[in-house]
Write a protein that binds this ligand. Structure first.
Ligand code: HEC
Length: 250
């Protein structure tokens, strides 16, 4: 009888309800607090992303603090690659006679008066038919498969030590001259973004694309095959040398 609900004292039950209410209130408070924190965090992320984007656009102080943002003009100055099909070749044109003068001024000191090369500096002509031989000689005439590639290389790398110093027209003229002295174009040839991709380079079929995909089969990451047995053997003529050295060292 004593344990029955009607006999339980009123006081503790009220206290219990009060405790439950307080707990519920505290719970709600935490929920609100958590929600507020979440919203504040979200707002921060959005605002900082916008600030970063604004900083990127203006190059202002909000930009990531690494290096310096390049302007579109600076990017354009660096973006000079030209592809075999001529994509990326800049506007402009140059002829063989102009190229001859430019070659004498900017290139002959290193590549030789007749582009014959000197010392370790490569020749820019000759070598036709030598690629299969004992001493292959790789030049614009014997090796290079695409004329736009010749432009691309000179425009980005030459004259050595002064790369980027020549204007597009000057490089076109140099390419016209170099193609001419290699016997690839006539002396009235004008090099430009339109004409270079059409030039038939002697070695245009000398490059082979590997069949794709190069690797076949499924990738294996575990328990693939037994560990290979790797061993090494000194060539016969080295044997005495190795032993001799070993004996000398204590
Ligand atoms: C200071 C010496 C120097 C000058 C000046 C110079 N070159 Fe070069 N050139 C080199 C060297 C060295 C190489 C080889 C670079 C390498 O293989 O990494 C080279 C490579 C080349 C090649 C690639 C040759 C090949 O078939 O691999 C071409 C094309 C070329 N130069 C064109 C020119 C032209 C055009 C000029 C003038 C505008 C010029 N060079 C001025 C030193 C020079």
């Amino acid at each position: 009888m004593c344990g029955s609900p009607e006999h339980q004292p009123a006081q503790p039950r009220q206290q219990g309800r009060l405790r439950t209410l307080t707990a519920a209130f505290a719970g709600a408070l935490w929920a609100w607090l958590a929600m507020a924190l979440l919203l504040a965090g979200l707002a921060f992320v959005i605002v900082s992303a916008q600030a970063a984007r604004a900083g990127e656009q203006t190059g202002g102080p909000q930009a990531p603090d690494i290096g310096q943002m390049l302007t579109p003009a600076e990017i354009a100055a660096l973006d000079r690659d030209a592809r075999p099909d001529g994509a990326g070749l800049p506007a402009g044109a140059g002829n063989v006679a102009q190229g001859e003068d430019l070659y004498a001024t900017h290139c002959a000191a290193c590549h030789g008066e007749f582009a014959e090369g000197q010392g370790r500096i490569p020749a820019l002509l000759g070598g036709e038919g030598s690629l299969n031989g004992e001493a292959p000689m790789r030049t614009i005439g014997s090796y290079w498969p695409h004329a736009p590639g010749v432009f691309d290389y000179i425009h980005r790398a030459m004259p050595e030590g002064h790369a980027f110093s020549l204007k597009a027209e000057e490089v076109y003229a140099l390419v016209a001259y170099l193609l001419h002295i290699n016997g690839i174009v006539e002396d009235d040839f004008i090099a430009s973004a339109r004409t270079l991709p059409r030039v038939m380079m002697p070695n245009r079929n000398g490059f082979i694309r590997p069949p794709h995909p190069v690797a076949k089969g499924r990738r294996c990451m575990r328990n693939c095959r037994p560990a290979p047995d790797i061993s090494a053997e000194a060539p016969a003529q080295m044997e005495g040398v190795m032993i001799g050295e070993e004996e000398q060292t204590p």
